[in-house]
Structures are given as C-alpha cells and as structure tokens.
Write a protein that binds this ligand. Structure first.
Ligand code: ZN
Length: 87
C-alpha cells in the first residue's frame, strides 16, 4: 500500500514490481491522519491486486513498508480505473 492524495499524486507508478491499481478511503477521510507522501494533502490508500483481494475478503487494515505504519480503511469499497467515483 501507498498513501497518496487524489489531487496531484493519484495513480502512483508502481515500484519493485508492484502496481497500484486501485484505492480505498482511510477512516475519517478527508479528516484523516493519512497524508500523501509527496505533499500535505489527505491521502487515500493505494492497493496492488493482492491488497484488493485482501480487502474483498474483509481486511480493512493495511501495513506500510517495514511495519512502519498500518492504516485502516472504510467499507465504501475499492475504486479502480474501471470503477471510478466522485469523492
Ligand atoms: Zn499529494
């Protein structure tokens, strides 16, 4: 997972073979402590395919690199490029 805002830094390029293909909304968004890694705007949580499957199986807590942080997302679903929505 990766925390990036929807304004200037959406659809982040993947790294180390990971591809971010959708996002979920952190609890409380936009009043959230999840902040974009590249600016100071509220972030959504970007997922790779595996994380989307995990979300679909009911997981709502996702872990950042090196166990630095975990972020809890809400139940409103994952948005992918085919399933875009207004925030
Ligand atoms: Zn940003």
């Amino acid at each position: 997972m990766l925390c990036r805002c929807l304004r200037g830094h959406s659809w982040p390029a993947g790294r180390n073979g990971r591809k971010y293909v959708g996002y979920a909304i952190p609890i409380g968004y936009p009043q959230t402590s999840a902040i974009c890694g590249l600016c100071n705007d509220p972030a959504v949580v970007w997922f790779d395919e595996k994380e989307i499957s995990s979300y679909e199986q009911g997981n709502r807590i996702f872990e950042g690199p090196n166990k630095f942080v975990k972020i809890k997302v809400d139940d409103s679903g994952v948005t992918t490029k085919d399933r875009s929505r207004e925030i």
